[in-house]
Design a binder for this molecule. Structure first.
Ligand SMILES: Cc1ncc(COP(=O)(O)O)c(C=O)c1O
Length: 451
């Protein structure tokens, strides 16, 4: 019997299970219908509720905009709320971006970013370029096209007959690099693999390279080596390949900077944004493009062939604009940076006591741990054990929501847990999260042997 219809569509479905029903949220907490309180250390479906739940200031902004207008015939009109938000959004990241426009989901944002790169090449006369290079263990959305460019095998395989199977290169995943390689040598290996892939495919067939600055759900906050993106960008420039940063998860303060790329001394050509852009108060996402990409389209008067019914929606723009104000006023990226350091220091301490924590990683409040059976060999637990899920379930019972994930070794084996709380958390919340992780690991491991 299907107990909950929501979970027949969700990412980690257990259609037999009765899930607690949340009645409201306030700050970093969610409250179920029985009055039980949960610290949302996932922040919605992972890194969404960056500004916290139940905010009165956002409610007011939505109310005010509803009093004006909620939706427009955009083929006929523009709107000041929308126009000023697009300008504000394009100016929010460092790097002098030129244009922004919104859609509804992260999937649409990355797909629009890729289409924009395609059109950029077309107007420049590069008519043979259509391939997109991405990395294994990457997630860029759930449409067929985004699954095709994405690198999570378990999500792709059901639809493989619809896919073009674009090229994938290795993820930048230092924890599982060959032990003999230094970070710099590993970086060079990855960059050389990228260039080899381009040459093998023929550079004149490649449109864009898409990457998450810090890998989110697929690898539990894997941070690339320091110089990785700089060297990757150099290769992109060498072959006129558009560099798209998928900032859907790592954007909006998640990594301790306003955007993930800002940690790596590099500026992408196009950003795809989502999740935290609205803090979850409106289904909002966006594409932000640099002058380099926009200029040829303007010159040729070639309108971008994107657009959805809810693109550039005034309600979304009002919410998005307020979120940027909140970021600045409450210094949320700084808090993410500081609380993230505290959280990782606590996780490191836990790892001294609990050998199964093989790696503690992340930037800002995009934090992760990888769980291993043997810390020296990095051997994973059997996939059938569902260890990360077990720990997540115990923590949920204990009142702290984590984001467990699987497949970090080979797509099937490998347990990791992503911890991505609202960026409004304080030290007490960090300690509450750490205590729950420790309790849940101890409880889950009570009947499991690592020998
Ligand atoms: C890095 C990344 N890109 C794209 C997406 C797709 O976003 P959405 O689920 O809003 O379509 C996600 C969602 O988790 C994501 O983490």
């Amino acid at each position: 019997m299907i107990k909950s219809l929501i979970h027949s569509f969700a990412v980690c479905p257990d259609m037999q299970k009765e899930y607690p029903k949340i009645s409201f949220g306030k700050g970093v907490y969610l409250y179920d219908e029985q009055g039980k309180k949960y610290l949302d250390a996932s922040a919605g479906s992972c890194a969404v509720s960056n500004i916290g739940h139940g905010r009165e200031d956002i409610k007011q902004v939505i109310q005010d905009q509803l009093d004006k207008v909620a939706v427009l015939p955009t083929h006929a009109f523009s709107n000041s709320t929308v126009e000023s938000y697009m300008e504000k959004l394009a100016k929010f990241p460092i790097g002098g971006f030129a244009k922004a426009w919104t859609a509804m989901s992260g999937t649409e944002a990355v797909e629009n970013a890729v289409k924009l790169a395609f059109q950029y090449h077309k107007v420049k006369g590069n008519t043979t370029r259509y391939k997109i290079i991405t990395r294994s263990f990457s997630y860029h959305g759930n449409s067929i096209f985004m699954l095709d460019i994405g690198g999570i095998e378990s999500r792709r395989k059901m639809y493989s007959s619809w896919m073009k199977n674009f090229p994938h290169i290795s993820a930048a995943y230092s924890y599982r690099k060959e032990a003999s390689l230094t970070e710099e040598a590993y970086t060079d290996f990855l960059v050389s693999e990228f260039e080899t892939c381009i040459l093998k495919e023929n550079p004149n067939t490649i449109t864009a390279f898409v990457a998450e600055p810090v890998v989110g759900a697929a690898l539990g906050a894997a941070v690339p080596p320091k110089n990785y993106f700089k060297k990757i960008k150099n290769i992109c420039e060498k072959y006129d390949i558009v560099f798209i940063a998928d900032e859907v998860l790592s954007g909006f303060g998640r990594t301790g900077k306003n955007f993930g790329f800002e940690n790596f001394d590099v500026v992408p050509d196009i950003l795809a944004l989502g999740k935290g852009i609205s803090g979850g108060y409106f289904p909002l996402s966006a594409v932000v493009a640099s002058e380099k990409i926009v200029a040829p389209l303007v010159k040729e008067n070639s309108a971008f062939l994107g657009g959805h019914t809810f693109s550039c929606n005034p309600l979304g723009a009002a919410v998005g604009s307020k979120v940027i104000d909140i970021f600045k006023e409450e210094q949320l990226s700084q808090n993410s940076n500081e609380m993230g350091k505290l959280l990782r220091a606590g996780l490191q301490k836990l790892s001294q006591k609990h050998e199964i924590i093989g790696d503690v990683r992340g930037l800002g409040l995009q934090c992760g741990i990888e769980l291993v059976k043997n810390r020296n060999t990095k051997e994973a637990f059997p996939a059938a054990l569902n260890l990360s899920r077990k720990i997540g379930d115990i923590s949920l019972q204990n009142g702290v929501v984590l984001y467990p994930g699987k497949g970090s070794v080979d797509g099937v084996q490998g347990d990791h847990i992503l911890i991505s709380p609202p960026l409004t958390i304080n030290q007490n919340h960090v300690h509450e999260i750490l205590a729950s992780i420790e309790y849940s690991i101890e409880k889950a491991m009570a009947n499991i042997t690592t020998k």
